[in-house]
Ligand binder design. Structure first.
Ligand SMILES: Cc1cc2nc3c(=O)[nH]c(=O)nc-3n(C[C@H](O)[C@H](O)[C@H](O)COP(=O)(O)OP(=O)(O)OC[C@H]3O[C@@H](n4cnc5c(N)ncnc54)[C@H](O)[C@@H]3O)c2cc1C
Length: 367
């Protein structure tokens, strides 16, 4: 995460998004565009930095405000899950201690972690159901399988986010400040604008122009499902791993990932667990006997039928999961795309704005 500043150039600005004011001390006001994982992490990092400065008797120099396009938190559902592969230590470094202490409350299967079951990196041969690779994770691993919604909620702690603020333009009132303009007509001024506005970043467009900031779709198609299964139907998955596992189809080149999103604690009255199923396939002619490359179907029932076809020869437990997808499941295509830097995007950025997270570097799930 890059944080640069213009600490010497202080003019008028806003404090925490509550309008223009005159500053009485040297401070850097940071406009954070986007309240996804990265924007919220940046704000928490600034909170921690300010607290550290104050504890050393120094002024807390960084003020910030967060502007989010969506109408409310979790307006689009909050997403499914993600693995922190090895960056747990960096999270501990960035987050205030009270939040770091709660990271493992955000995993999909907290009881397993409490029992010391950190899981394994298991990769199945989907035709046989047997592991091709299995690597037990020991307690102390610097990673975790997080429920995105729980993690986002944790990261929102103590922060004020301004919603329904879609960035539409960036201007420069003078040499030291930057102005963010929103679609609703509001305008705010700061010393640094940070684009944490995700994979199709508007800030990137301002920085590199429309053509150079475009993503390109990779020759892979993906469908993500969120399904609630009765616990007794999940024993096979739990035996493989209490958090997640992956697999590949060596015959027709498909990929699968299973993750527990929300497992009830032992003794709970809840009889189902929420799970994430992710399936992808190569976008090429001839796949599954189709002449043309296959896109995900538009309609729900057609999508489920396509997934059943894709997994027809897969072994259990994956076969039955797909062939008995509950009716109220979410079955949604995900666009797998990448932003490829080129010569035109290699120049230094203006010191008044920068990007972090997917805006700067897409993390397509095939990486
Ligand atoms: C299927 C899939 C699986 C993945 N699995 C993993 C994994 O296991 N581990 C991992 O580390 N990563 C994973 N990733 C990548 C990870 O999800 C992203 O790197 C991460 O979510 C990026 O966070 P972000 O805050 O940069 O962007 P986002 O989460 O996209 O947040 C951007 C925010 O900016 C807001 N916004 C957008 N435009 C504007 C605007 N004009 N004005 C104001 N606000 C705006 C959006 O509403 C959004 O809230 C996966 C990605 C995919 C697609």
């Amino acid at each position: 995460m890059t944080i640069s500043s213009t600490a010497d150039g202080i003019a008028n600005g806003t404090a925490n998004g509550h309008g223009e004011h005159c500053r009485t001390k040297k401070e850097t006001h940071i406009l954070i565009i986007g309240a996804g994982l990265t924007g919220l992490l940046l704000a928490q990092g600034l909170r921690k930095l300010n607290a550290a400065l104050e504890s050393r008797g120094q002024p807390a120099n960084y003020t910030y405000s967060i502007y989010e396009r969506d109408e409310a938190a979790f307006y689009r559902g909050g997403g499914f899950s993600l693995t922190i592969h090895w960056a747990l230590q960096q999270l501990y470094d960035v987050l205030p201690e009270d939040l770091s202490a709660r990271i493992f409350q955000c995993v999909g299967n907290p009881a397993a972690i409490e029992n010391g079951q950190m899981g394994s990196f298991t990769y199945l041969n989907l035709r046989t159901g047997h592991p091709l690779h299995r690597n037990e994770v020991l307690p102390g691993w610097k990673g975790a399988r997080m429920s995105r919604a729980k993690f986002l909620k944790l990261l929102m702690t103590g922060l004020t986010v301004e919603y329904s603020k879609r960035l539409s333009e960036i201007t420069y009132p003078n040499d030291d400040t930057v102005c963010a303009h929103f679609e609703d007509g509001q305008m705010v001024t700061g010393d640094l604008l940070v684009g944490a506005d995700g994979s199709r970043s508007v800030v990137r467009r301002f920085l590199y122009g429309a053509e150079n900031s475009k993503n390109c779709q990779l020759p892979v198609r993906m469908i993500n499902c969120r399904c609630d299964y009765p616990l007794e139907n999940l024993r096979g998955c739990m035996d493989i791993d209490p958090h997640l596992f992956h697999g590949g189809d060596p015959v027709q080149n498909g990929y699968f990932m299973f993750a527990f999103l929300d497992v009830p604690r032992p003794g709970s009255a809840q009889t189902t667990a929420s799970c994430q199923l992710t399936l992808s396939w190569p976008y090429e002619p001839g796949f599954l006997g189709e002449q043309e490359p296959s896109d995900p179907p538009n309609e729900y029932l057609e999508r489920v039928a396509w997934l059943r076809r894709l997994t027809e020869y897969w072994a259990n437990p994956v076969h039955d999961l797909i062939h008995h997808i509950p009716e109220d499941s979410i079955v949604r295509p995900v666009t797998i795309e990448e932003w490829l830097p080129n010569d035109a995007t290699q120049h230094r950025t203006d010191r008044r704005f920068t990007m972090v997270g997917d805006a700067a570097h897409l993390m397509t799930s095939c990486k």
